[in-house]
Write a protein of this length. Structure first.
Length: 707
């Protein structure tokens, strides 16, 4: 199902410029608002403290002889207190001012000035009415210790402080708003300036069409990310224009090349049909057959080039390990040269030359070079193979003694439908695609094909990277690691685990590198590209070329009692208990529920072929079975697992099984699970499992011989 592009919310601006401005405004509002709020709280505390100090100091100055004679008459209040607009003064009694708590408040040693209230009496709301403030700072000046004695109560009205706080908060709000507007305007302008080159690139790119690929996007004068993006897009457009031009030339040339033999074929047939009584029909049919073969060769070359182009460069999937020496010997040995030419092959190397590649394509590369040399050679063609083991490369030379290739044409000969003047004849000229195909095949194998200097004729040099030579037994075509070689392991492993398990049946079980599986052209590669290779083991099951069916039957009828150690039985029992407790193995977590079966990915020939048996004692179901390959799958809440059993030659004239475990963990749980069971697999499970497989295989030797 195609995922729909997520749209921004309706209140969000659509343009990047607007979104950047919105983000800047929000950041400015949050930061400036927090700073303004902090400043307002600080100023409020300062104003409240100032009001308290004013009330205290004024009351202290007024406290004198005059005030000591205070009675219940308000006219006796000191003028300093009575005339201060910021204060409120009244005469009260001790009990009226302090209530029943006055003995405790005015006990022995108690100060005569008592402060009540806090800064919260001032409101931060900038439109608060100052006249509505309740006096919150009070000082009591008692004139006795009895409840009926008079007392001066001096309070701060807080009106003046609230008015000042209102003005201050409004000024802060205005400042925050002004700065936010400035930030928004500056961000809008800066973003517009920064995105102006992007908009220019977009508008220019929108005007491009397949017929006007000569246009380029403008490159800003700066060296920032936008400029690098513009240069990258222009470089991409250069390659695109070159590719389109090459494709157009290729189509035009292909049309011309196809039209010529079709026109000749049509002319021959029309002439013969116009004068049927005078036509030499055997010659007409022979000529038509020749033109048809030419058309077939041309279309075959065109299809091969299209396949090479579609595969990407460099590198082709599905390669295998090969011996280049054997390939050269095979191709040159079966070639039949004309009577006037001799073919000499010389290998300047001792032993095989291993490399990773496609046998058919490399054979085609050498064949095309030999075809070209055969068309232009006078008397002799020489093929030389050199191997630079230290540099890990092989160099294949194909040289003829013909007229050679001028230096100016050495690059042009690898272009499609390129023929030099002496090759433009229908008798000796090819399709014009042979060298182009050879050049493309070399590039697909991470190599090169060039025309190099030669004292006479044309000399082509093919340079290909080679694989490290591990031993004579390795170079089976295709290359297979043999049990007699201790392979290199991939990645960190437990040092306590031995790669070789004790013999029980005349053949060792050995842990192999992952390349032992990935280097072979197994069919599993076509359907399990998203699985990773976890382990590869050479099974102790020597047999004949057709004995895979016996090994599959042994796996299907496997009995867990064959394990010779209680450790793996205990580990399996613990695993099943944990799976039942944690719900790992519930029916909705298996194949066909949590994950789709691999049979849904099979090509038609494998889906219609034999499937193979399901395992009786473990939850593995078969996916497909061929003459040398069997795959079974299992899944639970943690992992989707494949067991791949291959049947491979062992380099000693026999065959043996090779078991590969491929896994696809289910997220973090699966990754943790696989890492957690890894030590137990190597220390307890695999050794006993492989010994049991070897013993069962030996026990079935008589049945295999009889059946």
């Amino acid at each position: 199902m195609k995922r729909q592009r997520r749209r921004p919310a309706g209140w969000l601006p659509v343009s990047m410029r607007g979104r950047l401005t919105l983000v800047a405004v929000l950041v400015a509002l949050v930061s400036l608002g927090a700073a303004g709020l902090g400043a307002a709280v600080t100023i409020r505390g300062y104003l409240f403290s100032e009001a308290a100090d004013h009330a205290r100091m004024t009351a202290h100055l007024a406290e004198g002889d005059e005030s000591r004679a205070i009675s219940a008459d308000p006219a006796r209040i000191p003028a300093r207190l009575r005339d201060d607009p910021r204060l409120e003064v009244r005469v009260d009694t001790l009990e009226g001012a302090l209530g029943r708590s006055f003995p405790r408040v005015l006990g022995p040693g108690t100060e005569r000035r008592i402060r009540k209230g806090s800064a919260e009496a001032l409101s931060l709301w900038p439109w608060t009415d100052p006249a509505g403030r309740t006096p919150a700072v009070q000082y009591f000046i008692p004139r006795g210790d009895t409840p009926d004695d008079p007392m001066l109560v001096v309070s701060s009205r807080l009106r003046y402080e609230q008015a000042r706080l209102n003005a201050t908060v409004r000024a802060l709000i205005g400042t925050v708003a002004a700065i936010t507007v400035l930030v928004a305007g500056a961000t809008w302008w800066v973003a517009g300036r920064a995105l102006r080159p992007v908009e220019a690139i977009r508008s220019r790119f929108a005007d491009l069409t397949a017929h006007h690929l000569d246009q380029r996007v403008p490159v800003p004068g700066t060296d920032d990310e936008v400029a690098r993006l513009a240069r990258t897009m222009n470089a991409t457009l250069d390659r695109l224009e070159a590719g389109v031009d090459q494709q157009r030339r290729f189509v035009a040339d292909a049309s011309h090349e196809l039209r010529s033999p079709l026109a000749a074929l049509r002319a021959e047939l029309e002439i013969a049909l116009a004068h049927p009584d005078r036509a030499d029909w055997p010659d007409v049919v022979a000529g038509a057959l020749g033109d048809t073969r030419r058309l077939q060769d041309l279309t075959t070359d065109l299809l091969l080039l299209a396949r090479l182009d579609a595969s990407g460069s460099p590198g082709l999937p599905g390669g295998r390990a090969l011996d280049l020496t054997a390939l050269v010997r095979e191709e040159t040995g079966r070639r039949r040269m004309p009577g006037h030419l001799t073919l000499r092959v010389e290998a300047i190397t001792a032993g095989p030359v291993p490399l990773h590649g496609h046998h058919a394509l490399l054979t085609r590369l050498l064949g095309n070079l030999l075809d070209n040399a055969e068309r232009h050679a006078a008397r002799a063609i020489e093929v030389r193979l050199a191997h630079d083991a230290a540099g890990r490369r092989a160099v294949l030379y194909v040289q003829d003694d013909g007229p050679g290739i001028p230096p100016a044409d050495r690059h042009r000969v690898f272009e499609r439908f390129t023929r030099l003047d002496d090759a433009r004849t229908r008798d000796t000229g090819g399709t014009g695609l042979g060298l182009a195909i050879a050049h493309r095949i070399a590039g697909a194998h991470h190599g090169t094909l060039k025309v190099v200097d030669s004292p006479r004729g044309a000399r082509f040099a093919v340079v290909l990277p080679t694989a490290p030579v591990r031993g004579e037994g390795d170079l089976v075509s295709p290359l297979t690691p043999t049990p007699s070689i201790r392979p290199r392991t991939d990645g960190p492993t437990l040092r306590s685990v031995r790669h070789r398990i004790d013999r029980t049946d005349g053949g060792p079980a050995m842990r192999l590198p992952r390349t032992a599986h990935t280097s072979r052209p197994w069919r599993i590669h076509e359907i399990a590209g998203d699985f990773r290779v976890e382990d590869v083991w050479a099974l102790p099951t020597p047999g004949g070329p057709d004995d895979l069916r016996w090994l599959v039957r042994q796996f299907a009828d496997d009995n867990p009692d064959h394990l010779d150690s209680p450790v793996p039985r205990l580990l399996f029992a613990v695993r099943w208990k944990l799976g039942k407790l944690l719900g790992w193995d519930k029916p909705d977590a298996g194949v066909g529920t949590r994950v789709a079966t691999l049979r849904d990915r099979l090509p038609a020939d494998l889906r219609e072929g034999e499937r193979g048996p399901d395992l009786r004692t473990t939850p593995f179901t078969s996916v497909f079975l061929t003459h040398d390959e069997w795959v079974a799958e299992s899944a639970n809440r943690t992992v989707h697992m494949l067991m791949h059993i291959g049947w491979v030659p062992d380099g000693a004239g026999r065959y043996r099984g090779r078991m590969t475990v491929l896994v696809k963990p289910n997220g973090l749980l699966g990754a943790v699970y696989m890492a957690g069971i890894k030590p137990f697999r190597y220390l307890g499970v695999y050794p006993a499992l492989l010994r049991g497989i070897g013993r069962q295989w030996q026990a079935g030797a008589a049945a295999r011989s009889a059946g």
